[in-house]
Design a protein around this ligand. Structure first.
Ligand SMILES: Nc1nc2c(c(=O)[nH]1)N[C@H]1C(S)=C(S)[C@@H](COP(=O)(O)O)O[C@H]1N2
Ligand SMILES: [Mo]
Length: 201
């Protein structure tokens, strides 16, 4: 019998549950870094997280206050529009549900803003109901700066450009406001299971 060629096995890795891999994606073991600019260097003393915009009263947490909030450790698969997926990643952070707990708002959209100026937009219904977190640890360690530390938004059910690194807050909006990549041609929603990669998808 002919041996299975290396080329064939290259991308069909053993032990990967194909049902967890969205169309057009391949699974990686490493954790690629994708940043549109330099990694910001905000000290924890200067770090705050703010929920602002269209709500009863703006909320701001210092780093100390933020990490004292009830956190969650969760395991999720992540999918980048450049076609890599990473399965079973373990994060710790505060759910967006928790941050919005006492917030009174009629907003239907959010814009995440970051050190460095990156933004991304999401419908509020994509960041509530246990679907999004502000994560500050990866694999039990403080989140590395290149992956968004001290803290990043994590919205694993959408392509990873929605998971804003170095996030500093969410602005609640009554209208949708396309962010950095969305303005440059990426899909407005970015559902990997529907291959919503670009405007034309
Ligand atoms: N602030 C900020 N967040 C960002 C980006 C960025 O350039 N700046 N890149 C996005 C893109 S396109 C991807 S694929 C992921 C990459 O996350 P990683 O570098 O941890 O793999 O971060 C997203 N969040
Ligand atoms: Mo990306």
């Amino acid at each position: 019998m002919a041996p299975v060629s290396r080329g064939f096995r290259g991308r069909r890795r053993q032990g990967v549950d194909a049902s967890r891999v969205p169309p057009g994606q391949y699974v990686v073991d490493d954790f690629p870094v994708l940043s549109a600019g330099p990694t910001p260097q905000t000290g924890l003393d200067d770090w705050t997280f703010t929920i602002g915009g269209s709500l009863d009263e703006e909320r701001t947490w210092s780093w100390e206050q933020f990490v004292a909030l009830p956190g969650e450790t969760f395991t999720v698969d992540i999918h980048c529009v450049t076609k890599w997926s990473k399965l079973g990643t373990i994060w710790t952070g505060v759910s967006v549900d928790r941050l919005l707990e006492d917030v009174d708002t009629a907003a239907e959209f959010v814009s995440a803003f970051c050190d460095g100026g990156y933004t991304t937009n999401l419908p509020l219904e994509d960041v509530t109901d246990g679907q999004a977190w502000i994560a500050y640890a990866f694999d039990g360690e403080p989140l590395e700066a290149e992956h968004g530390g001290p803290a990043r938004l994590l919205v694993p059910h959408l392509y990873l450009w929605k998971s804003a690194k170095w996030v500093r807050g969410l602005t609640l909006l009554d209208h949708d406001e396309p962010g950095f990549w969305e303005t440059l041609g990426y899909h407005n929603r970015g559902d990997p299971w529907n291959e919503e990669r670009y405007w034309s998808d």
